[in-house]
Ligand binder design. Structure first.
Ligand code: SF4
Ligand code: MG
Length: 338
């Protein structure tokens, strides 16, 4: 059977005054119904760009898409804007880091949630209001029948995030894309929102793509993980495989810069030295080689001359020239440590 969402060799290239920026450069993955895929990487790794392309929210004037995006067998790259508009908010939906940017300051929370529902169902305003109150209740807004008439500025940050989730789920979408939805929130509210998303996923059976730079969030919510670097996938697998038995030096770096999963949160973090690659003139060979501490372990300078292939077997793979023996020898034993 074909997966619910299938992305094949996706390329997203921007034309700029300085040349072509290859923001996403040959990305493939599948997502099953009701599952959560975590996409993790530093900013500029192409994770948000990938998802804007799925939603059809890129700017067509300077963006070229190539490859395939199949949502329930519907090809999205070639879909018309009209078709995409019908799908967005209905079959696929999104929440972002900044609820204020997705909510209009000039309309009540209830009107905005109701409007999305009306647009896709053609129901009456009264029905839309009832639905908006129901959704606010489901996302845990107290006194939803009163707060429905509030404006976004009358909500706290956490409540606005809940309202945005209510708006995203009002048409019962099959795919929800969540792009760093908790990054701006304090830790307690963050945990509440994550719990809410997990509950709603149980209830609605939504497939979720969760974009984050934080492996701790991945550990909390994802079934499968895709690690992106420089517009490409460098490692993928189940959450357990990737977090306990990483196969790529970049993933190791991310793990090194997060607190131990069960340990105290105040251990010093060690960010990966160096900065993300330019996607205008990406490094040759392995795009991670200028920052990789293992590059000198690979003979013949292959790290800087030859692109490592991503060979995926049963959903598991990593793009790195190191041999399995070298990885066993060189990488820390995370399974034992965690
Ligand atoms: Fe490091 Fe080379 Fe593996 Fe790239 S291919 S991650 S540079 S060891
Ligand atoms: Mg982003």
């Amino acid at each position: 059977s074909t997966p619910f969402l299938s992305v094949r060799d996706l390329k997203v290239h921007f034309s700029t005054e300085d040349g072509i920026v290859k923001a996403v450069d040959g990305l493939s993955f599948d997502l099953e119904k009701g599952k959560t895929l975590g996409i993790v990487g530093e900013s500029g790794s192409g994770k948000s760009v990938t998802n804007m392309a799925i939603l059809g929210l890129h700017d067509p004037r300077n963006t070229a898409l190539d490859g395939e995006i199949l949502l329930d067998d519907k090809e999205l790259i070639t879909a018309s804007e009209k078709e995409l508009e019908r799908l967005r908010g209905n079959k696929m939906s999104m929440i972002f880091q900044d609820a204020l940017a997705s909510l209009s300051p000039y309309h009540t929370i209830g009107a905005q949630i109701g409007e999305t529902y009306r647009k896709h169902t053609g129901c009456t305003k009264r029905e839309a209001r009832v639905r908006a109150i129901e959704m606010l209740r489901r996302v845990g807004i107290p006194q939803p029948d009163v707060r429905v008439d509030d404006y976004p500025h009358q909500f706290s940050g956490g409540m606005r995030q809940r309202a945005m989730i209510a708006m995203a789920l009002v048409c019962d979408p099959e795919l929800l894309i969540a792009d760093e939805p908790t990054t701006a929130l304090d830790v307690t509210v963050q945990a509440q929102i994550m719990d809410l998303l997990k509950d709603l996923q149980q209830e609605f059976g939504t497939a979720i793509i969760f974009i984050t730079h934080d492996l701790g969030v991945i550990a909390d919510i994802a079934d499968d993980v895709l690690v992106m670097y420089g517009g490409r996938c460098v490692e993928r697998g189940t959450k357990k495989e990737v977090l306990r038995d990483p196969k790529h030096p970049y993933t190791l770096g991310l793990l090194g810069s997060m607190p131990a999963l069960d340990g105290p949160v105040d251990v010093p973090l060690s960010p990966i030295p160096g900065s993300p690659p330019s996607l205008l003139n990406p490094p040759s060979g392995c795009r991670f080689h200028p920052r990789c501490t293992f590059a000198d372990k690979v003979a013949g300078g292959r790290c800087s001359s030859e692109r490592p292939a991503l060979e995926v077997v049963d959903g598991r793979g990593a793009a790195c020239h190191l041999t399995p023996e070298q990885k066993r020898e060189l990488f820390p034993d995370y399974a034992a440590a965690r």
